[in-house]
Ligand binder design. Sequence first.
Ligand code: FES
Ligand SMILES: [Fe+2]
Length: 402
Amino acid sequence: MFTHQHSLRHLLRPVHYTDRDVFDKEIECLFRPAWQFVAAKSELPRDGDFLTLELFGVPLLIRNSNGQFLAYENICCHRHCLLTSADSGNQPTLRCQYHGWEYNDSGQTARIPEARCFRPWDRQNSQLNMFPVESCGDLLFVRLSHEGPTLREWLTPFFDETEQAFSTPTSKMTHVWDYDCECNWKVPVENTLESYHVTALHQNFFGDTLPAEESMNHDLQDGYTALTVTATSKMEFAQARLNRWLGGKPTLEYRHRHIHPNLVLVSTDTINYALMYVPTSPRTVKIRMRFFAVRGLKRGPIASAISWLAWKYAKAKTLEVHNEDRGVYAPQQRGLEASRHTGVIGSREGRIYAFQRYLLKHLGLPVPDDPADAGLHSDEATAADSVRDNPAENGGESSSAP
Ligand code: FES
Ligand SMILES: [Fe+2]
Protein backbone atom coordinates (compact mmCIF):
# COMPACT_ATOMS: atom_id res chain seq x y z
CA MET A 1 0.00 0.00 0.00
CA PHE A 2 1.05 3.59 -0.48
CA THR A 3 1.99 5.53 2.64
CA HIS A 4 -0.06 8.61 1.80
CA GLN A 5 -3.60 8.60 0.47
CA HIS A 6 -3.66 12.18 -0.81
CA SER A 7 -1.66 14.45 -3.07
CA LEU A 8 1.61 15.83 -1.73
CA ARG A 9 3.47 19.07 -2.15
CA HIS A 10 6.40 19.07 -4.57
CA LEU A 11 8.91 20.23 -1.97
CA LEU A 12 11.74 21.04 -4.38
CA ARG A 13 11.54 24.02 -6.68
CA PRO A 14 12.89 24.03 -10.25
CA VAL A 15 15.89 26.02 -9.04
CA HIS A 16 16.97 23.01 -6.96
CA TYR A 17 17.57 21.17 -10.25
CA THR A 18 19.67 23.88 -11.89
CA ASP A 19 21.49 25.98 -9.32
CA ARG A 20 25.26 25.75 -8.80
CA ASP A 21 25.10 26.68 -5.08
CA VAL A 22 22.54 23.94 -4.40
CA PHE A 23 24.72 21.49 -6.32
CA ASP A 24 27.86 22.41 -4.35
CA LYS A 25 25.96 22.01 -1.09
CA GLU A 26 24.64 18.60 -2.16
CA ILE A 27 28.17 17.40 -2.90
CA GLU A 28 29.45 18.59 0.46
CA CYS A 29 26.52 17.62 2.68
CA LEU A 30 25.11 14.52 0.94
CA PHE A 31 27.65 12.86 -1.32
CA ARG A 32 31.04 13.12 0.38
CA PRO A 33 29.83 11.52 3.65
CA ALA A 34 27.95 8.73 1.80
CA TRP A 35 29.33 5.41 0.58
CA GLN A 36 29.62 5.41 -3.19
CA PHE A 37 29.24 2.23 -5.23
CA VAL A 38 32.26 2.25 -7.55
CA ALA A 39 32.49 -1.21 -9.14
CA ALA A 40 31.95 -4.92 -8.68
CA LYS A 41 34.88 -6.76 -7.14
CA SER A 42 34.64 -9.24 -10.01
CA GLU A 43 35.69 -6.41 -12.36
CA LEU A 44 39.11 -6.55 -10.65
CA PRO A 45 39.71 -10.29 -10.25
CA ARG A 46 43.53 -10.40 -10.39
CA ASP A 47 46.32 -8.94 -8.31
CA GLY A 48 47.26 -5.59 -9.88
CA ASP A 49 43.92 -5.04 -11.65
CA PHE A 50 42.75 -1.45 -11.39
CA LEU A 51 40.08 0.89 -12.66
CA THR A 52 39.74 4.65 -12.53
CA LEU A 53 36.76 6.93 -12.20
CA GLU A 54 35.91 10.41 -11.05
CA LEU A 55 33.65 11.15 -8.10
CA PHE A 56 32.56 14.75 -7.55
CA GLY A 57 35.76 16.22 -8.95
CA VAL A 58 38.04 13.66 -7.27
CA PRO A 59 39.93 11.33 -9.66
CA LEU A 60 40.07 7.87 -8.08
CA LEU A 61 42.06 4.74 -8.72
CA ILE A 62 40.68 1.48 -7.28
CA ARG A 63 43.15 -1.39 -7.16
CA ASN A 64 43.23 -5.06 -6.26
CA SER A 65 46.39 -5.74 -4.30
CA ASN A 66 46.59 -9.43 -3.38
CA GLY A 67 42.81 -9.60 -2.92
CA GLN A 68 42.67 -6.39 -0.91
CA PHE A 69 40.78 -3.55 -2.58
CA LEU A 70 42.31 -0.12 -2.09
CA ALA A 71 41.22 3.35 -3.21
CA TYR A 72 43.70 6.12 -4.00
CA GLU A 73 43.34 9.63 -5.26
CA ASN A 74 44.68 9.22 -8.79
CA ILE A 75 47.13 12.13 -8.43
CA CYS A 76 50.88 11.82 -8.11
CA CYS A 77 52.74 13.55 -5.24
CA HIS A 78 55.54 14.62 -7.58
CA ARG A 79 53.98 17.09 -10.00
CA HIS A 80 50.28 16.33 -9.87
CA CYS A 81 49.95 14.11 -12.94
CA LEU A 82 47.23 11.46 -12.98
CA LEU A 83 48.99 8.24 -12.00
CA THR A 84 47.26 6.62 -14.96
CA SER A 85 44.89 7.85 -17.65
CA ALA A 86 43.61 4.35 -18.44
CA ASP A 87 40.02 3.48 -17.55
CA SER A 88 41.19 0.06 -16.36
CA GLY A 89 44.13 -2.32 -16.67
CA ASN A 90 46.70 -4.33 -14.75
CA GLN A 91 49.94 -3.02 -13.27
CA PRO A 92 52.16 -5.09 -10.98
CA THR A 93 53.12 -1.91 -9.11
CA LEU A 94 51.35 1.35 -8.50
CA ARG A 95 53.41 3.58 -10.75
CA CYS A 96 52.97 7.10 -12.09
CA GLN A 97 52.83 7.34 -15.86
CA TYR A 98 54.91 10.55 -16.06
CA HIS A 99 58.32 10.07 -14.32
CA GLY A 100 57.79 6.59 -12.92
CA TRP A 101 57.44 7.23 -9.19
CA GLU A 102 56.25 4.04 -7.54
CA TYR A 103 54.07 3.67 -4.46
CA ASN A 104 53.37 0.82 -2.04
CA ASP A 105 49.93 -0.39 -0.91
CA SER A 106 49.85 2.24 1.83
CA GLY A 107 50.29 4.94 -0.79
CA GLN A 108 53.83 5.83 0.32
CA THR A 109 56.59 6.38 -2.20
CA ALA A 110 58.48 3.12 -2.77
CA ARG A 111 60.90 3.76 -5.64
CA ILE A 112 61.86 7.09 -7.16
CA PRO A 113 64.10 7.28 -10.22
CA GLU A 114 67.26 9.27 -9.41
CA ALA A 115 66.03 9.79 -5.85
CA ARG A 116 69.16 11.75 -4.84
CA CYS A 117 67.82 14.73 -6.80
CA PHE A 118 65.07 15.06 -4.20
CA ARG A 119 67.27 15.39 -1.11
CA PRO A 120 66.42 16.51 1.48
CA TRP A 121 63.33 14.35 1.23
CA ASP A 122 59.97 16.00 1.94
CA ARG A 123 58.23 13.22 3.90
CA GLN A 124 54.96 15.08 4.15
CA ASN A 125 54.68 15.16 0.39
CA SER A 126 55.28 11.46 -0.22
CA GLN A 127 51.91 9.94 0.55
CA LEU A 128 49.02 9.39 -1.86
CA ASN A 129 45.62 10.34 -0.52
CA MET A 130 43.58 7.23 0.23
CA PHE A 131 39.91 6.60 0.97
CA PRO A 132 37.96 4.00 2.99
CA VAL A 133 36.82 0.95 0.98
CA GLU A 134 34.24 -1.65 2.02
CA SER A 135 32.20 -4.26 0.19
CA CYS A 136 28.81 -5.94 0.38
CA GLY A 137 28.75 -9.16 -1.60
CA ASP A 138 30.41 -8.35 -4.92
CA LEU A 139 29.64 -4.62 -4.64
CA LEU A 140 32.58 -2.36 -3.85
CA PHE A 141 32.06 0.99 -2.12
CA VAL A 142 34.30 3.99 -1.44
CA ARG A 143 33.65 6.91 0.89
CA LEU A 144 35.37 10.23 0.22
CA SER A 145 34.98 11.36 3.81
CA HIS A 146 37.19 9.67 6.40
CA GLU A 147 34.48 9.97 9.04
CA GLY A 148 31.10 8.31 8.76
CA PRO A 149 29.06 5.15 9.25
CA THR A 150 30.30 1.70 8.30
CA LEU A 151 28.91 0.29 5.08
CA ARG A 152 26.75 -2.13 7.06
CA GLU A 153 25.28 0.76 9.05
CA TRP A 154 24.73 2.78 5.90
CA LEU A 155 22.93 -0.06 4.09
CA THR A 156 20.83 -1.06 7.11
CA PRO A 157 18.29 -2.69 6.98
CA PHE A 158 19.25 -3.97 3.51
CA PHE A 159 22.85 -5.10 4.03
CA ASP A 160 22.11 -8.84 4.35
CA GLU A 161 19.53 -8.80 1.55
CA THR A 162 22.01 -6.98 -0.71
CA GLU A 163 24.86 -9.31 0.18
CA GLN A 164 22.72 -12.29 -0.75
CA ALA A 165 21.45 -10.77 -4.00
CA PHE A 166 24.87 -9.63 -5.24
CA SER A 167 27.12 -12.53 -4.27
CA THR A 168 28.66 -15.38 -6.18
CA PRO A 169 27.97 -18.20 -6.81
CA THR A 170 24.20 -17.66 -6.86
CA SER A 171 24.47 -14.48 -8.91
CA LYS A 172 27.15 -13.19 -11.23
CA MET A 173 27.94 -9.78 -12.67
CA THR A 174 27.33 -10.08 -16.38
CA HIS A 175 26.91 -6.59 -17.76
CA VAL A 176 28.31 -3.08 -17.20
CA TRP A 177 26.52 0.00 -18.44
CA ASP A 178 27.80 3.53 -17.75
CA TYR A 179 26.19 6.47 -19.50
CA ASP A 180 25.92 10.25 -19.24
CA CYS A 181 22.66 12.20 -19.18
CA GLU A 182 21.94 15.88 -19.76
CA CYS A 183 19.98 16.50 -16.59
CA ASN A 184 20.32 17.11 -12.89
CA TRP A 185 21.01 13.90 -10.94
CA LYS A 186 17.65 14.09 -9.14
CA VAL A 187 15.74 13.76 -12.44
CA PRO A 188 16.62 10.07 -13.04
CA VAL A 189 16.54 9.30 -9.31
CA GLU A 190 12.97 10.55 -9.03
CA ASN A 191 12.07 8.70 -12.21
CA THR A 192 13.10 5.40 -10.67
CA LEU A 193 11.11 6.08 -7.50
CA GLU A 194 7.64 6.01 -9.01
CA SER A 195 5.53 3.61 -11.04
CA TYR A 196 3.11 6.32 -12.15
CA HIS A 197 4.81 6.71 -15.55
CA VAL A 198 4.95 3.05 -16.57
CA THR A 199 1.78 2.88 -18.66
CA ALA A 200 2.67 6.09 -20.52
CA LEU A 201 6.37 5.38 -21.02
CA HIS A 202 6.68 1.59 -20.91
CA GLN A 203 3.42 0.49 -22.48
CA ASN A 204 5.17 -2.24 -24.41
CA PHE A 205 6.26 -3.90 -21.20
CA PHE A 206 3.58 -2.94 -18.68
CA GLY A 207 0.51 -2.58 -20.92
CA ASP A 208 -2.33 -0.21 -20.01
CA THR A 209 -2.75 -0.95 -16.33
CA LEU A 210 -0.75 0.55 -13.51
CA PRO A 211 0.56 -1.96 -10.96
CA ALA A 212 -2.12 -2.55 -8.31
CA GLU A 213 -1.61 -0.64 -5.08
CA GLU A 214 -2.41 -3.78 -3.05
CA SER A 215 0.67 -5.53 -4.44
CA MET A 216 3.01 -2.61 -3.69
CA ASN A 217 4.48 -1.85 -0.29
CA HIS A 218 6.19 1.50 0.32
CA ASP A 219 8.58 1.99 3.22
CA LEU A 220 9.57 5.66 3.58
CA GLN A 221 12.41 6.57 5.93
CA ASP A 222 14.92 9.39 6.23
CA GLY A 223 17.87 7.27 5.10
CA TYR A 224 16.09 5.28 2.40
CA THR A 225 12.83 4.45 0.71
CA ALA A 226 11.89 0.95 -0.38
CA LEU A 227 9.34 -0.60 -2.68
CA THR A 228 8.49 -4.28 -2.45
CA VAL A 229 6.10 -5.70 -5.03
CA THR A 230 4.70 -9.18 -4.52
CA ALA A 231 4.41 -11.35 -7.62
CA THR A 232 1.00 -11.45 -9.28
CA SER A 233 1.63 -12.21 -12.96
CA LYS A 234 2.18 -15.56 -14.67
CA MET A 235 5.55 -14.30 -15.86
CA GLU A 236 6.70 -13.56 -12.31
CA PHE A 237 5.57 -16.97 -11.06
CA ALA A 238 7.39 -18.60 -13.99
CA GLN A 239 10.57 -16.68 -13.07
CA ALA A 240 10.28 -17.88 -9.48
CA ARG A 241 9.85 -21.50 -10.62
CA LEU A 242 12.89 -21.15 -12.83
CA ASN A 243 14.88 -19.69 -9.96
CA ARG A 244 13.91 -22.66 -7.74
CA TRP A 245 14.76 -25.15 -10.50
CA LEU A 246 18.21 -23.56 -10.76
CA GLY A 247 18.75 -24.16 -7.05
CA GLY A 248 18.01 -20.61 -5.92
CA LYS A 249 15.66 -19.33 -3.24
CA PRO A 250 12.97 -17.35 -5.06
CA THR A 251 11.50 -14.41 -3.18
CA LEU A 252 8.45 -13.89 -5.44
CA GLU A 253 9.20 -10.22 -4.98
CA TYR A 254 10.46 -7.24 -6.93
CA ARG A 255 12.61 -5.30 -4.49
CA HIS A 256 13.60 -1.72 -5.23
CA ARG A 257 15.72 0.06 -2.61
CA HIS A 258 16.87 3.66 -2.79
CA ILE A 259 19.61 4.34 -0.26
CA HIS A 260 19.85 8.12 0.02
CA PRO A 261 21.19 9.99 -1.71
CA ASN A 262 22.15 8.14 -4.89
CA LEU A 263 22.26 4.33 -4.70
CA VAL A 264 19.48 2.14 -6.09
CA LEU A 265 19.46 -1.64 -5.68
CA VAL A 266 16.98 -3.80 -7.56
CA SER A 267 16.56 -7.54 -7.10
CA THR A 268 14.16 -10.03 -8.66
CA ASP A 269 14.14 -13.77 -9.22
CA THR A 270 16.01 -13.49 -12.55
CA ILE A 271 18.06 -10.28 -12.55
CA ASN A 272 19.60 -7.96 -9.96
CA TYR A 273 21.21 -4.62 -10.62
CA ALA A 274 22.85 -1.74 -8.80
CA LEU A 275 22.62 1.85 -10.03
CA MET A 276 24.74 4.75 -8.89
CA TYR A 277 23.82 8.28 -9.92
CA VAL A 278 26.99 10.38 -9.93
CA PRO A 279 26.38 14.12 -10.41
CA THR A 280 28.99 15.68 -12.69
CA SER A 281 27.55 19.23 -12.78
CA PRO A 282 24.21 20.85 -11.87
CA ARG A 283 22.88 19.76 -15.27
CA THR A 284 24.68 16.48 -15.95
CA VAL A 285 24.87 13.07 -14.32
CA LYS A 286 26.74 9.85 -14.97
CA ILE A 287 24.75 6.69 -14.32
CA ARG A 288 26.74 3.58 -13.45
CA MET A 289 24.89 0.26 -13.67
CA ARG A 290 26.07 -3.24 -12.85
CA PHE A 291 23.80 -6.13 -13.83
CA PHE A 292 23.89 -9.50 -12.12
CA ALA A 293 22.34 -12.66 -13.54
CA VAL A 294 20.66 -14.88 -10.96
CA ARG A 295 22.27 -18.29 -11.57
CA GLY A 296 21.28 -20.48 -8.63
CA LEU A 297 23.48 -23.40 -7.62
CA LYS A 298 22.66 -25.95 -10.31
CA ARG A 299 25.46 -26.41 -12.84
CA GLY A 300 25.81 -28.29 -16.11
CA PRO A 301 25.10 -27.48 -19.76
CA ILE A 302 21.28 -27.49 -19.50
CA ALA A 303 21.19 -25.35 -16.36
CA SER A 304 23.74 -22.96 -17.89
CA ALA A 305 21.78 -22.66 -21.13
CA ILE A 306 18.46 -22.03 -19.37
CA SER A 307 19.97 -19.57 -16.94
CA TRP A 308 21.66 -17.78 -19.87
CA LEU A 309 18.38 -17.52 -21.80
CA ALA A 310 16.52 -16.19 -18.74
CA TRP A 311 19.28 -13.64 -18.20
CA LYS A 312 19.25 -12.54 -21.86
CA TYR A 313 15.51 -11.98 -21.76
CA ALA A 314 15.57 -10.12 -18.43
CA LYS A 315 18.50 -7.96 -19.55
CA ALA A 316 16.88 -7.04 -22.87
CA LYS A 317 13.65 -6.00 -21.14
CA THR A 318 15.47 -4.05 -18.42
CA LEU A 319 17.60 -2.15 -20.94
CA GLU A 320 14.53 -1.41 -23.06
CA VAL A 321 12.74 0.09 -20.07
CA HIS A 322 15.79 2.11 -19.00
CA ASN A 323 16.28 3.47 -22.50
CA GLU A 324 12.65 4.61 -22.52
CA ASP A 325 13.27 6.37 -19.21
CA ARG A 326 16.38 8.05 -20.59
CA GLY A 327 14.25 9.64 -23.28
CA VAL A 328 12.44 11.91 -20.80
CA TYR A 329 15.39 13.09 -18.70
CA ALA A 330 16.48 15.92 -21.04
CA PRO A 331 12.89 17.07 -21.74
CA GLN A 332 12.16 17.22 -18.01
CA GLN A 333 15.38 19.15 -17.40
CA ARG A 334 14.43 21.59 -20.17
CA GLY A 335 11.07 22.13 -18.49
CA LEU A 336 12.71 22.64 -15.10
CA GLU A 337 14.91 25.38 -16.59
CA ALA A 338 11.88 27.51 -17.47
CA SER A 339 9.01 26.24 -15.32
CA ARG A 340 6.88 28.60 -13.23
CA HIS A 341 4.80 25.75 -11.76
CA THR A 342 5.27 24.48 -8.23
CA GLY A 343 4.67 20.86 -9.26
CA VAL A 344 2.69 18.26 -7.33
CA ILE A 345 3.29 14.69 -6.19
CA GLY A 346 0.66 11.94 -6.20
CA SER A 347 0.30 9.24 -3.56
CA ARG A 348 1.77 6.67 -5.97
CA GLU A 349 4.85 8.94 -6.08
CA GLY A 350 5.17 9.09 -2.29
CA ARG A 351 8.79 7.91 -2.36
CA ILE A 352 9.72 11.11 -4.21
CA TYR A 353 8.12 13.15 -1.46
CA ALA A 354 10.17 11.27 1.17
CA PHE A 355 13.33 11.78 -0.93
CA GLN A 356 12.67 15.51 -1.21
CA ARG A 357 12.09 15.78 2.55
CA TYR A 358 15.42 14.02 3.12
CA LEU A 359 17.15 16.46 0.74
CA LEU A 360 15.76 19.57 2.42
CA LYS A 361 16.59 18.27 5.88
CA HIS A 362 20.18 17.33 5.08
CA LEU A 363 20.82 20.50 3.10
CA GLY A 364 19.76 22.52 6.14
CA LEU A 365 16.67 23.94 4.39
CA PRO A 366 13.22 24.30 6.03
CA VAL A 367 11.26 21.02 6.07
CA PRO A 368 7.45 21.17 6.33
CA ASP A 369 5.60 19.02 8.85
CA ASP A 370 4.99 15.48 7.72
CA PRO A 371 1.46 15.25 6.30
CA ALA A 372 1.32 11.62 7.37
CA ASP A 373 1.23 12.88 10.97
CA ALA A 374 -0.82 15.99 10.56
CA GLY A 375 -3.09 15.44 7.58
CA LEU A 376 -3.11 17.60 4.47
CA HIS A 377 -1.75 21.05 5.29
CA SER A 378 -3.23 24.21 3.93
CA ASP A 379 -0.32 24.90 1.58
CA GLU A 380 -0.46 21.32 0.31
CA ALA A 381 -4.20 21.65 -0.06
CA THR A 382 -3.60 24.75 -2.14
CA ALA A 383 -1.27 22.94 -4.51
CA ALA A 384 -3.56 19.92 -4.69
CA ASP A 385 -6.68 22.01 -5.16
CA SER A 386 -5.13 23.90 -8.04
CA VAL A 387 -4.81 20.57 -9.82
CA ARG A 388 -8.28 19.37 -8.92
CA ASP A 389 -9.79 22.66 -10.10
CA ASN A 390 -8.38 22.15 -13.54
CA PRO A 391 -9.13 18.64 -14.82
CA ALA A 392 -7.11 19.36 -17.96
CA GLU A 393 -3.99 19.54 -15.77
CA ASN A 394 -5.09 16.36 -14.06
CA GLY A 395 -5.08 14.22 -17.16
CA GLY A 396 -8.79 14.95 -17.62
CA GLU A 397 -9.75 13.08 -14.44
CA SER A 398 -12.71 14.27 -12.44
CA SER A 399 -12.31 16.57 -9.45
CA SER A 400 -13.08 13.69 -7.12
CA ALA A 401 -10.06 11.74 -8.29
CA PRO A 402 -7.77 10.92 -5.34
S1 FES B 1 54.23 13.52 -11.89
FE1 FES B 1 54.22 11.49 -11.19
S2 FES B 1 56.25 10.86 -11.29
FE2 FES B 1 56.29 12.90 -11.94
FE1 LIG C 1 10.65 3.84 -15.99
